[in-house]
Design a protein around this ligand. Structure first.
Ligand code: GLC
Ligand code: CA
Length: 551
C-alpha cells in the first residue's frame, strides 16, 4: 500500500469562510480573515481544512445554491484572496478541500435562466423537466416540514422542474454528458487553484437518474470517472462524499477494487455514536462499526460528531431516535425535519466538559479520519432563535472583544452568541488559549496524540470484550504495533477487564496519563474507568515503537 495516502490519517476541520473572521469590517467573514487565522489552525494541529461553499451565490441555503461556479462571492473576497489563502495554508502544510455542489444550481444561475427562457437552448437539458406535475411530486423531500414538494412549476418555461432540495435549487441533469463535462471543468478549475479535493455534496442524488418516471437508478460508474479525472489532473486529490446510505451500498461508492471514492462520511456510525452517548448502550455502535468495516485498503471513512447541518437520526429505529431526542434535544424547537437535532455539540452534551472530551476522544479513535467542526474545539453553543440549521452556524468566538472579535462591524452576517453560558464572554479562543486545562488546549493535545497513533487510520480494528455495554474498547494493529482505546460512556466509574492474548499485550502504556497497566493471570487487565473516562494505551510499551517495520 502506498504510504503517502494523506487522507488515511487526516484531521479535517470544517469551516465556513463567512462566519470565521471578518477582516474588512463589513460583518462577513472573508478569505483574508481566514488566512490570518491559519496560525491558530496550524497550532491546533489540523491537517486539512474543509471549506463550505464560497462561490457566487444568492446564499439562500448558506451558499449551497451557487450561481457561478468559477467566482468567489464578492462578499468573501476575490479569486486572488482565495489563492493567497490556499498558498498560505500550503506553507503551513495544511490542505484545503472545498465543497463541490453540483447536484443542483441556484435558480439564479445563468444556465437555469437560459434553460427556462429558451426551449432550444443547450441548457434546457441541463435540468429536469416535466409537462405536468408528476404523481410522486410530494415525496422524497430532503427538508420535510419546510420544503413542500420536489417539483415546482416555472411560469417562464411553462413546465415543472425537479428539485430534490429547496425550490430555488433546481437539480442538474447528470445524465446529460454536457453537464458531466461542466462538472469536470469545475473540478479542474479549483484543482489548478490549489485545492486537494472535494467534499461532494449530496452524492447519491448526483449519481441518480432523475425525471418524472417513478423508478430511478444510481449510476455508480460515474464515480469512477470522477476519480479518474481527478487523479489525472492531480494525483493526490480526493473526493469525500456526503452519502448517508445503508452499509450494504458502501462498496458501490468506494468501488470493490478501490477505484471509486477515496472517502465517505460515516453517517451510519455517526447516528449510533449519538445513540451511545445518549443511552450509554454501545451495542448498536459496535454493530455499526462491524457493518461498515469493509472498505478497500486505499479508501477511508470520515468520522464526525456534529456538522453544519442538523444531526440526522433518520437511520435509527423509532425508539433509538426518541432516546437521542429525549437526552439531547427534547424540545420540538431543537429538532428539525422530523428526523434530527439542530443543536451544537456543546449544549447537546449539556456543556459537561468531561463528556465533551470523552465524545471527542471517541471520535478521534474511530476507524477512519476525524472531521471536527469550527467552534466545537471551544465547546461553542447555538442560537435556537435562528431558523433551521443556522442556529449552529453563528460566528466563531475569538475573544471578549465586541462581537467576539469576529468583526468590527456592528452588523454581523449572523448574530454572535452573547448571552448565557455559551456567550462569547464565557467561551472564546483567547481565554481558552491561556488556560492549560481548556477544551481548546485539550483538543490540541488529543490531535497531537492522534497523529502519533497512525494505527487508527491504517490498522485493523477489533472490538474487545469488556463485559460492560457502557464501555467501548477497541484494539488497532498495524505493522507490529498496536493500541487499545477504551471509552466509558457512563457518568459512573466502573471496573472492566480486557484480555490481550499476545505476549506484548501484558503491558499497556497509557498515552495520556501516567496510569499504565500490567496484566495479571493470562493477559487480563483490570482497568478502572472514571465517569466518562477514556484511556489510550500503546500495547507492549513504547519500546515497540522502535521496532516499526519498514515493509
Ligand atoms: C447538503 C448540505 C446542506 C445543503 C444541501 C443542499 O446536504 O450539507 O447543507 O443544504 O446539501 O445543497
Ligand atoms: Ca468581510
Amino acid at each position: 500500500m502506498i504510504k503517502d495516502l494523506w487522507y488515511k490519517n487526516a484531521v479535517i476541520y470544517s469551516v465556513h469562510v463567512g462566519t470565521y473572521m471578518d477582516s474588512n469590517a463589513d460583518g462577513i467573514g472573508d478569505f483574508e480573515g481566514l488566512a490570518r487565522r491559519l496560525d491558530y489552525l496550524h497550532g491546533l494541529g489540523v491537517t486539512c481544512i474543509w471549506l463550505g461553499p464560497f462561490q457566487k451565490s444568492p446564499r439562500r441555503d448558506d451558499g449551497y445554491d451557487i450561481s457561478d461556479f468559477y467566482q468567489v462571492d464578492p462578499c468573501f473576497g476575490t479569486l486572488g484572496d482565495f489563492v493567497e489563502f490556499t498558498n498560505q495554508a500550503e506553507q503551513r502544510g495544511i490542505r484545503v478541500m472545498i465543497d463541490l455542489v453540483v447536484n443542483h444550481t441556484s435558480d439564479q444561475h445563468p444556465w437555469f435562466q437560459e434553460a427556462r427562457r429558451d426551449p432550444a437552448s443547450k441548457f434546457r437539458d441541463f435540468y429536469v423537466w416535466s409537462d405536468k406535475k408528476p404523481e410522486n411530486a410530494d415525496e422524497g423531500m430532503v427538508f420535510p416540514g419546510v420544503q413542500k414538494t420536489t417539483w415546482t412549476r416555472d411560469p417562464v418555461a411553462g413546465k415543472y422542474y425537479f428539485h430534490r432540495f429547496y425550490d430555488f435549487q433546481p437539480d442538474l441533469n447528470t445524465e446529460n454528458p454536457l453537464v458531466l463535462a461542466e462538472i469536470r471543468k469545475i473540478m479542474g478549475f479549483w484543482l489548478e487553484l490549489g485545492v486537494c479535493g472535494f467534499r461532494m455534496d449530496a452524492m447519491p442524488f448526483v449519481i441518480s437518474t432523475k425525471g418524472p418516471q417513478p423508478r430511478h437508478r444510481l449510476r455508480y460508474d460515474m464515480l469512477r470517472s470522477f476519480r479518474e479525472f481527478l487523479q489525472w489532473r492531480r494525483g493526490d486529490a480526493i473526493i469525500l462524499a456526503e452519502a448517508n446510505v445503508e452499509p450494504k451500498n458502501n462498496l458501490h461508492y468506494f468501488g470493490e477494487d478501490g477505484d471509486r471514492l477515496q472517502m465517505m462520511f460515516n453517517f451510519w456510525v455517526n447516528q449510533r455514536v449519538f445513540y451511545a452517548l445518549a443511552t450509554a448502550d454501545i451495542k448498536p455502535l459496535v454493530k455499526a462499526l462491524e457493518q461498515t468495516r469493509d472498505r478497500p485498503d486505499n479508501a477511508q471513512w470520515a468520522h464526525f460528531l456534529r456538522n453544519h447541518d442538523e444531526l440526522d437520526l433518520g437511520r435509527l429505529t423509532e425508539e433509538q431516535r426518541q432516546a437521542v431526542f429525549d437526552d439531547m434535544g427534547p424540545d420540538k424547537d431543537m429538532q428539525l425535519y422530523n428526523r434530527g437535532i439542530r443543536r451544537r455539540l456543546g449544549p447537546m452534551l449539556r456543556g459537561d466538559w468531561r463528556r465533551l472530551e470523552m465524545a471527542y476522544s471517541l471520535l478521534f479513535t474511530l476507524p477512519g479520519s476525524p472531521v471536527i467542526r469550527y467552534g466545537d474545539e471551544l465547546g461553542m453553543g447555538d442560537d435556537l432563535t435562528l431558523p433551521e440549521r443556522n442556529c449552529a452556524r453563528t460566528p466563531m468566538q475569538w475573544s471578549t472583544e465586541p462581537l467576539a472579535g469576529f468583526t468590527r462591524s456592528s452588523k454581523p452576517v449572523l448574530p454572535v452568541i452573547e448571552q448565557g453560558p455559551y456567550g462569547f464572554h464565557k467561551i472564546n479562543a483567547a481565554d481558552q488559549r491561556r488556560d492549560a486545562s481548556s477544551l481548546l488546549n485539550w483538543t490540541e493535545r488529543i490531535i497531537r496524540m492522534r497523529k502519533e497513533v497512525p494505527e487508527i487510520g491504517w490498522g485493523d480494528f477489533k472490538v474487545l470484550d469488556t463485559g460492560n455495554d457502557g464501555v467501548l474498547a477497541l484494539r488497532y494493529d498495524w505493522r507490529n504495533n498496536a493500541v487499545v482505546t477504551i471509552h466509558n460512556l457512563r457518568n459512573e466509574s466502573t471496573e472492566i477487564q480486557i484480555r490481550l492474548a499476545d505476549e506484548k499485550g501484558r503491558q499497556l502504556v497509557n498515552l495520556l496519563t501516567q496510569d499504565h497497566s500490567q496484566a495479571h493471570g493470562r493477559g487480563v487487565h483490570t482497568i478502572v474507568m472514571e465517569p466518562y473516562g477514556y484511556h489510550w494505551y500503546r500495547v507492549g510499551g513504547l519500546g515497540y515503537l522502535l521496532e516499526r517495520s519498514n515493509e
